[in-house]
Design a binder for this molecule. Structure first.
Ligand SMILES: C[S@@+](CC[C@H](N)C(=O)[O-])C[C@H]1O[C@@H](n2cnc3c(N)ncnc32)[C@H](O)[C@@H]1O
Length: 335
């Protein structure tokens, strides 16, 4: 395993470099990840929040107490809240403010992140709340602590947004409004799409809403999405839908249960963390192929340079590129 902020955090905790609360305190961890060789006692003292299903499952397997969203800020406050910085700056700021509000006076907000996640500028930003204590760099990462002063809450930054009549939020895919590739795909939706339909990696529901807008022949629509917040937004965006709806918070690559859909639509993910990972898109194609019965159709969009043709060739009876443009390709495949 590459050494990163997780190792730096454990290093700081073990060496006493961080201003730790007493044993009796409860701790929380936002955007939690399993820690390598975590100090004994830490896992049982921690309550974790992780809305991304694959990481949620990793935490569960490693024995952590974890919820997709923590609702309980504790009457007396947490002794410490660890914030793992992710790739979205506004979400990091949101989590730091929430950690501050959830800490008891004198408690520690401990922030850890890789240098590539903009942790240095986050440290400057966090200095507005109080003195930065216990700051160190290690393993291409930085860890620092802000000690909570006073008992007043700080107003949380707004993450929710709306665009073109849809609801979404910072941190989700296409948080500024419909994605160009997804919009291209939606232009191929019509009444010919009918019956039972699955939307894999549904995000905040753009493709599903467009399907229902452009086809009156959909009997049921099942949305599968790993990001808890995006799926909650999809529920809001589909609140007026009249067909049967199912929402599954799941990792499509590991938890999908085969069902005979008539159609699958998707704009599959192709990033794991920050790194491009076309294998992820290929796994989505394999799941679509495995769930569609003979004659079932897959309609998808992908970045033009992603190498999905071989996988489609191997797993479908045939496929056609319906459109290319703006760096994307829209593909229809038949099982
Ligand atoms: C390219 S986005 C498409 C979102 C939406 N369908 C649209 O067109 O706007 C891919 C989506 O897949 C989700 N995703 C990533 N990995 C996943 C996984 N393993 N299982 C399920 N969904 C996943 C992401 O959270 C993201 O919302």
């Amino acid at each position: 395993m590459k050494q990163d902020y997780r190792h730096a955090l454990v290093f700081g905790l073990e060496r006493g470099l961080l201003n730790l609360p007493s044993d009796a305190d409860r701790w929380a961890m936002f955007n939690a990840v399993p820690l390598p060789h975590a100090p004994s006692g830490l896992i049982s003292a921690l309550v974790c929040e992780q809305p991304f299903r694959p990481l949620f499952q990793e935490l569960q397997k490693a024995g952590y107490q974890v919820e997709p969203v923590l609702a309980d800020r504790l009457q007396d406050g947490y002794g410490a809240v660890i914030v793992c910085a992710g790739r979205d700056r506004r979400v990091n700021e949101f989590n730091i403010v929430r950690a501050w509000n959830w800490c008891k006076t004198g408690g520690s907000v401990i922030i850890a992140g890789d240098k590539t996640s903009g942790i240095s500028s986050l440290r400057k930003w966090a200095a507005r709340f109080g003195n930065i204590a216990d700051s160190f760099s290690k393993f291409h990462a930085m860890v620092f602590t802000v000690v909570k002063r006073g008992s007043e809450d700080i107003e949380l930054p707004m993450l929710e947004r709306s665009a073109d009549g849809y609801e979404m939020a910072e941190g989700m895919f296409s948080a500024d409004g419909p994605d160009t590739g997804s919009s291209m795909l939606a232009n191929h939706f019509s009444d010919r799409i009918s019956g039972r339909v699955a939307d894999l990696g549904a995000g905040w529901g753009f493709l599903s809403v467009e399907l229902l807008r452009r086809s009156g022949r959909i009997a049921s629509l099942s949305l599968f999405e790993a990001d808890w917040h995006a799926l909650e937004a999809a529920k809001r965006n589909l609140k007026t839908a009249t067909c049967d709806l199912e929402f599954h918070w799941c990792d499509v690559t590991s938890e999908f249960r085969k069902t005979p859909y008539d159609w699958v639509v998707m704009n599959p993910p192709f990033h794991t963390g920050r790194a491009a990972d076309p294998e992820l898109g290929k796994r989505f194609i394999a799941v679509a192929a495995s769930t569609l019965p003979a004659g079932g159709k897959l309609l998808m969009v992908a970045n033009r340079n992603l190498p999905y043709e071989q996988t489609l060739d191997a797993m479908f009876r045939g496929y056609e590129i319906l459109e290319t443009g703006n760096g994307f390709k829209v593909i229809e495949a038949r099982k």
